[in-house]
Structure formats: C-alpha cells, structure tokens
Design a protein around this ligand. Structure first.
Ligand SMILES: [Zn+2]
Ligand SMILES: [Zn+2]
Length: 200
C-alpha cells in the first residue's frame, strides 16, 4: 500500500558533504544521471559542452566557443533538483543595425525533475506549485538541459546595445555612426502622438 508520490519540498535540499561526488571539469556531452532506485544523491557537473551539437540547434547565431556549465544535482524526497549556471559565447547580427557583435548567453538553472511517468491530472495541485520535468526512462542527460537552457537564453531580437539606433529605413545609414537627413518626422517615436493626448 506504499504508493509513492513525489513530495515537493519547499525548503532547499541540504547537501550531504559526505555523499557529494565531485566531478572534475570535463566534457559533459555524455554526462548524465541514472535514477533507477536512487533515493538520495548529490553530484556536481562542472565542465563544458563542445559547441558543435548546440550550433546545429542555433542556426542563425554563431557559437564562438564551448558552452560552460557548473551544475549541482541533488536528489531528495523523490525530486531531483538541478541548479547552477550555464553560459556560451555567441556572435549574433543586431536586428536593428545588422552589425555582428559578440556576447555571452547566460542562464541560471533551477530545474526540478521527477523520475518516472507524469501522473498527470492526479496531482494537478502540485503542478500549479512548481514546473516539473518527468523522466520516464529514469535518466537525466546533462547535455540536453544545457542545450535547452541556452536555447531559451537566446534573445528573440538580438541587439548590439539596448539603445541601438538602427539603420535609416530610407537611406540605410547606420544611425549609431552618423545622422542622415531623411524625413526627420519618420525618426520620431511612433508614440510621440500619445504625448500630445496627455497634454490635453
Ligand atoms: Zn545594433
Ligand atoms: Zn536616412
């Protein structure tokens, strides 16, 4: 009668130092955790992921180096928590001025996994509390998590700088570098008209 349902602890899981297994910085391509029958676990994944695999997923941006990851996995009360940071150097074309610029994608990782199948609506209350990824094959592939997190960190509209002035739609001048003299009215914010409403 001991039907196990995953409990979601709200307090952070304390690492048991004796159980912590330190993995040196290494290639994480094949790194993973098998969770069949595992009740307690603490493991650190500090290493890199070669950019080749990730580059396939991110066609429009050039990855200029390997992804770096420092993740800690801890299993307690049926939930595997994965926390840490992933990052990757990337070269993108600015959506406004088309200049290529280098930056670093970064993502804070805070994920929760439960080995086994999604109990679906049986635990609907729980689902509202925290987003959980179920692992039907009892295996967590670290490389997949790194890829997912970096894909999500990729900006939808890459900008070389937040206030990039972009190209003039009429003459193509890069307005970050020089001013052009086409239709100054067009360069006004489309919201300028709203200012006048406020003045009434
Ligand atoms: Zn720009
Ligand atoms: Zn112009």
């Amino acid at each position: 009668m001991s039907k196990q349902s995953p409990h979601i602890p709200f307090a952070p899981v304390l690492l048991d130092p004796a159980a912590e297994e330190m993995v040196p910085r290494h290639n994480l391509s094949e790194a993973g955790i098998d969770l069949e029958g595992v009740r307690r676990l603490s493991k650190r994944f500090h290493g890199f992921l070669p950019s080749a695999r990730l580059q396939v997923l991110i066609a429009e941006s050039e990855l200029t180096g390997p992804a770096e990851a420092d993740l800690t996995a801890s299993m307690a009360k049926g939930v595997l928590r994965l926390t840490g940071e992933v990052s990757c150097p990337v070269r993108q074309a600015c959506a406004r001025c088309l200049v290529h610029f280098d930056s670093r994608l970064r993502a804070e990782v805070e994920r929760a996994f439960v080995p086994g199948n999604d109990p679906a609506e049986a635990d609907s209350q729980q689902e509202m509390v925290e987003e959980i990824t179920y692992l039907p094959d009892y295996h967590l592939a670290i490389a997949s998590v790194i890829e997912e997190e970096l894909l999500l960190a990729l900006p939808m509209i890459p900008l070389c700088k937040p206030d990039c002035a972009g190209l003039c739609p009429d003459c193509g001048t890069d307005r970050n570098r020089e001013k052009c003299h086409c239709h100054p009215a067009n360069q006004e914010s489309p919201f300028a008209v709203l200012k006048n409403f406020n003045k009434v």
